[in-house]
Design a protein. Structure first.
Length: 136
């Protein structure tokens, strides 16, 4: 019985995570349709060279949005050993450096822990994409 309870709890957590991702993506795309862009936000903050933490769905969407923009993605950051991207290197969290203006975190959970971990290695601002989109 306990195994089933753990599975139910896990399924509920996944459901909440994906619902939150859906709501976030919906908000982001509606703003984009209205001409409000992440690029404009980053340029206003003088974040011309960035790193992106989290190379999954949302991270890939951010990369696609910034493709051809004035924002330079210097590197990606991900815990997964299998992640690869053609345009820039992928670093492990322990390899984060200060050679960017900001690090944008695209994961929808554990932002506080991720921010704390990254700021112990880099002194640049660490911002969640969720926070960026909310303030656009």
């Amino acid at each position: 019985m306990r195994k089933i309870q753990r599975e139910v709890i896990q399924i509920k957590k996944e459901k909440e995570k994906f619902y939150r991702m859906f709501r976030f993506m919906d908000d982001w795309m509606n703003k984009k349709i209205r001409g409000i862009s992440v690029e404009d936000y980053l340029l206003k903050k003088n974040f011309n060279n960035i790193a992106i933490y989290g190379m999954s769905y949302i991270g890939q969407t951010l990369i696609n949005e910034l493709d051809g923009s004035k924002i330079c993605i210097k590197y990606g950051i991900d815990r997964d050993e299998e992640v690869y991207w053609d345009s820039f290197p992928i670093k492990k969290p322990a390899q984060v450096s200060d050679d960017v203006d900001a690090i944008i975190v695209t994961t929808m959970i554990d932002f506080g822990e991720i921010k704390q971990m990254i700021q112990s290695k880099a002194k640049c601002p660490v911002i969640s994409l969720e926070e960026i989109v909310d303030s656009m």
